[in-house]
Write a new protein. Structure first.
Length: 120
């Protein structure tokens, strides 16, 4: 989204330096997060086959992401005092599933959600 801002210049010298009218590129937080998580999103958004997208699938995907992050937190809480590094494996797996589910649920397009559910 480009916005053109028209502001009066104080003098002609300042107008030449700043090149009025000033064009400002405004990016949203969603665009920035989509660029950050593009390696994950590109895996699920590529392709041109037909898909079936239902709004309930996105909501369920977000709920699954929250549940897996809660599960990873519980495993950390219950296993941290034991001092064994074996608890680290389920934490990594549950956290990875939670991150992918939340990223695709909140930032992914309908194709990515449908690909997670296997609706092709």
């Amino acid at each position: 989204m480009n916005w053109i801002v028209f502001l009066p210049a104080v003098n002609k010298k300042a107008a030449k330096v700043l090149k009025w009218p000033l064009t400002v590129k405004i990016t949203t937080m969603k665009d920035t997060l989509r660029k950050l998580f593009s390696p994950i999103l590109n895996l699920f958004e590529k392709g041109d086959e037909l898909y079936v997208a239902k709004p309930l699938n996105r909501k369920i995907l977000i709920i699954i992401g929250v549940l897996f992050s809660f599960l990873a937190s519980v495993v950390i809480y219950l296993s941290y005092d034991k001092g064994e590094p074996g608890y680290f494996i389920p934490v990594v797996v549950f956290s990875g599933v939670a991150i992918v589910a939340l990223v695709v649920g909140f930032l992914g397009n309908d194709r990515a959600v449908a690909k997670i559910w296997g609706n092709r």
